[in-house]
Design a protein around this ligand. Sequence first.
Ligand code: URA
Length: 244
Amino acid sequence: MPRMRLDKLLAHLNCGSRKEVQAMIRAGRVAVDGAVLADPAAKVDPDTAQVALDGQAQTYRAQRYYMLNKPAGVITASRDERHDTVLGLFPENMRRGLFAVGRLDKDTEGLLIITDDGALSHALMSPARHVSKIYEAEVDGTLAPDAAERFRTGLTLRDGTVCLPALLEVLSQQDGKARVRVTLREGKYHQVKRMIAAVGGTVVGLRRVQLGGLRLDPALSAGAFRELTGEELKQLRDGKENRG
Ligand code: URA
């Protein structure tokens, strides 16, 4: 990769706007290969330079990967005339080229990956790869006693659509209300809501907590996002979860 101005590289690393990072560099807060570099115009090799801001190593990625805790009430779209969108949760200067991997319903919360990496998105959403997705749902109604078994063997929806085998775990059930965890290996339209409806319940709250090997960071509040760590990106790519 050709050499790049230090201020441009830091802006690419999402350390701040071009103006902000220039001030940080001039203030002596930025080190390259272990030595403070106070010239915003200094040229560095983005592939090899070890850049640190306030002593924290910054890694350059050609592509961007964010974990968003989608709140209810926003639609999974880049822009929309009438509704707030998930991309609207990002500052305007960050939005260019970003899109959501897959789709959550407007009223669904939880883990959504926002990236500019079309190949990764395609791989994660490919029906042939059966990437797992885990949801937690609040349910009204009493689930059929054989609900978990019907999920396990491939449930038939009310419209006749047959689902792949899935896992239904009833976390609690009392007084006509239940909390369940559902693991799917496909992504049909309103799938969790339709599967729960087929076994006698109504989903009144839905949240995705895991995609492939990547779990939603419980410290991320609704509407907040952060960059994926290198380890999380690996978990997403190879589908394996690091349970620490
Ligand atoms: N299943 C649903 O019903 N809705 C979602 O948003 C995701 C999975």
